[in-house]
Design a protein around this ligand. Structure first.
Ligand SMILES: *Cc1c(COP(=O)(O)O)cnc(C)c1O
Length: 405
């Protein structure tokens, strides 16, 4: 492979779905026709103005976009450095950024004439977003979920059922997200005719990582325009939390070619990187193949995928999107991590200073944003992606801090 010419960080993936050494299409031969059909349908939708105008209309009237770019004045004062702006994607319908992507995939499924939608979910957020749009468009919805997660995430299981979805508990392996993803892939091969597989992050075989990124880029495009309008210039830094990496790449991608903008992706360090109990695939893992693509993964010495740990169920994934692995290796994005405890502190700080209860996932980004902002001058403009609201996490936080009794 020839060395990439880095005059742009935004051109990937190549025609085989690779971002440098990462990504690709590691799937069973029986899946290939489905993947090629999906790729062709997506390529056609991308250049169809009708698809774009449908997206724009539902994003405005159903999801509630654009989400505000909000100057966090008291958080800024507290840090005493950079001016911190929050991209308020927690205000979207269903409470997080996931709906941006699911809307795109469901509109694509409709174009392809698919009537049965399958998805996998860990914390249940992607399952809820998928069940929501399936209800809206009258599509059958089946959500695979590890049996352990079904038990841990009861409110979201109930939501999905209310929305008319069937939730299938997966009993194999560690009974968590990676097993649910394997089961969904199996379903897809068996039900080729009518089924569309809706993936929740920038992972899976090509074209999913690029397609999901494209749907999430609405976050960064809006943030760019909003910052220019508010401050008359681009931001100096961007920060987002990383599970699989979809909210982060959605914010980052439209800014990747602007030199000088510092970009930080924050992984979950759980009990600390040295404890082994974390979800930091880039800072604590190594390259391997999982769920159809090559990327950094958490694995043991024998190459077995190990379980991720994070207080935040949405960051609890043993891999990361292949584009992030590439951006890490070429050095365009800085990948750092925050522990459970740091996230809990940031969760409380944001609630008290700004009157916004964040999800535990973006609380990881907030924890690092506060540290970095304190070291920057007052004219430094920072955007933190507030990708989800904290309603779903109050029981988890109460369990750690007390206060529900
Ligand atoms: C699912 C989820 C995440 C993690 O997924 P990414 O693909 O990394 O964005 C982060 N935050 C929230 C609120 C989520 O629901």
């Amino acid at each position: 492979m020839s060395a990439p010419t880095l005059n742009s960080f935004r051109t990937g993936p190549d025609e085989t779905g690779h971002f440098g050494l990462f990504g690709g299409r590691f799937v069973a031969e029986t899946l290939m026709p489905l993947i090629l059909e999906l790729e062709a349908a997506y390529e056609a939708a991308k250049v169809d103005p009708g698809f774009a105008s449908d997206m724009a209309s539902y994003l405005a009237h159903y999801v509630g976009r654009p989400s505000p770019l909000y100057f966090a004045e008291r958080l800024t004062e507290h840090c005493g450095g950079a001016k911190i702006y929050l991209k308020r994607d927690e205000l979207n319908h269903t409470g997080a950024h996931k709906v941006n992507n699911v809307l795109g995939q469901i509109l694509l499924a409709r174009r392809m004439g698919k009537t049965r939608i399958i998805a996998e979910t860990g914390a249940g957020q992607h399952g809820v977003a998928t069940a929501t749009l399936c209800a809206r468009f009258g599509l059958q919805c089946i959500v695979y979920m590890g049996a352990v997660d079904v038990e841990r995430q009861k409110p979201n299981v109930f939501r999905m059922k209310m929305l008319g979805a069937e939730v299938v508990p997966v009993q194999s392996g560690s009974k968590t997200l990676k097993d649910a993803m394997n089961e969904a892939l199996r379903d897809w091969v068996t039900n080729v005719e009518n089924t569309f597989y809706c993936i929740g992050t920038v992972a899976g075989p090509h074209p999913y990582p690029a397609m999901v990124r494209d749907f999430q880029c609405v976050i960064g495009r809006e943030a760019r325009e909003q910052m220019l309008e508010r401050e008359g210039r681009l931001p100096n830094s961007l920060i987002a939390a990383i599970g699989g990496g979809s909210n982060a790449i959605g914010l980052f991608h439209p800014f990747l070619d602007d030199p000088g903008i510092e970009i930080y992706g924050v992984e979950a360090a759980g009990h600390g990187l040295s404890s082994g109990l974390h979800a930091a695939s880039l800072t604590g893992g190594r390259p391997g193949v999982l769920h159809g693509n090559r990327t950094y993964l958490l694995m043991n010495d024998d190459g077995q995928i190990t379980d991720a740990h994070s207080i935040s169920a949405g960051l609890d994934y043993p891999g990361i999107g292949p584009e992030h692995s590439w951006l890490h290796d070429v050095g365009r994005v800085n990948y750092i991590s925050a522990t459970d405890e740091e996230a809990l502190n940031a969760f409380q700080m944001m609630s008290r200073l700004e009157g916004i209860i964040p999800a535990l996932e973006p609380a990881h980004a907030i924890a690092k944003a506060v540290e970095i902002a304190a070291k920057k001058p007052k004219d430094h403009l920072m955007i933190v992606n507030l990708c989800g609201r904290g309603d779903k996490d109050i029981f988890t936080v109460a369990e750690h801090l007390g206060g529900m009794e």
